[in-house]
Ligand binder design. Structure first.
Ligand code: AMP
Length: 287
């Protein structure tokens, strides 16, 4: 496995791989890897000859008041995990190379970024689409894998891939959860052992929603009310940012659960903003 920090070197490697006819798989991450990230590497492996994993805590997707500086990092541990998971190249660019001082070009997806996460984090997706466009340009992947865990991000990036005409096979992989249901996230490490069980409020609420739908209750207002009760019972101090019911790909809100309706939510749990989502019908549980 090779670690690359220079953009120029990465570009040269990608160009040579393409010339040799090798299919390149890309898995962009912000590091501090867990099994969710590693599952994406496994997915990429199945579709590519060479898997490139990127580690970059992207300043452009954090607002000034967010957790950029305390975002957890463990480069040494990440390299070991990527090697064991079958990654071939780890690209760890420097922030000053990605965003030189006079940087002023951004990629923006319009409508899909105006709801859900975009409401609370208005500059977030611009940062995400810009960095992924740059990573696509540098690594020139044939396949790229993103997690359903960040559902809106996956849909926004899919739109960007299509709109800008990147010749990239786009894969959205299911959310990997802890045994008790908590969606794996680098941010879970912020919780003390005492706070950790309360982080389950998102999963419990989503599970309740899915159970209600299975029982024939399809009205989202009623489901949302029940979800709020579950959140309060699991974590009395939790503050919900949003609970939304949307179509899987258009992100249009629905008032009645249909095929391909996704419930997504963002909740503040002991000062940590967690997000999670679940297909309520027409998909595997927890996906
Ligand atoms: P991050 O490092 O949080 O930017 O995530 C990098 C990629 O891993 C994104 O495509 C995420 O959606 C994906 N990811 C994060 N957590 C999970 C999870 N629990 N299961 C599957 N994919 C995940």
């Amino acid at each position: 496995m090779r670690t690359v920090r220079s953009i120029r070197t990465m570009q040269n490697i990608s160009r040579d791989l393409a010339a040799e006819g090798k299919r390149i798989g890309l898995v962009p991450t912000m590091g501090f890897l867990h099994e969710g990230h590693l599952s994406l590497i496994g997915r990429a492996r199945r579709h590519a000859d060479v898997v490139i994993v990127t580690i970059f805590v992207n300043p452009a997707q954090f607002a000034p008041h967010e957790d950029l500086n305390k975002y957890p990092r463990d480069e040494k541990g990440d390299l070991k995990k990527i090697k064991a998971a079958g990654g071939d190249i780890v690209f760890i660019p420097r922030a000053r190379d990605i965003y030189p001082e006079d940087f002023q070009t951004y990629v923006t997806v319009e409508n899909l970024t105006r709801t859900l996460e975009g409401t609370s984090r208005p500059t977030h997706f611009r940062g995400v689409t810009t960095i992924v466009a740059k990573l696509f340009n540098i690594t020139r992947p044939d396949v790229a894998v993103f997690g359903m865990k960040d559902y809106q991000q996956a849909i926004v990036l899919k739109q960007m891939t299509r709109d800008l005409g990147y010749p990239v096979k786009y894969i959205i992989a299911p959310t990997i959860r802890e045994k008790d249901g908590l969606a794996m996230s680098s941010r879970n490490r912020y919780f003390t052992p005492k706070q950790r069980p309360e982080a389950l409020c998102l999963y419990f609420a989503l599970r309740t929603a899915r159970e209600m739908v299975t029982a024939g209750i399809k009205g989202t207002a009623r489901i949302e009310k029940e979800m709020r009760e579950v959140i309060k019972a699991t974590c009395p101090t939790a503050k919900s940012d949003y609970i939304a019911f949307t179509d899987l790909t258009s992100l249009e809100p629905v008032t009645t659960v249909k095929e391909r309706t996704v419930c997504s939510l963002a909740v503040w749990v002991h000062g940590v903003r967690l997000i999670d989502n679940m297909m309520l019908s027409g998909g595997p549980p927890g996906s």
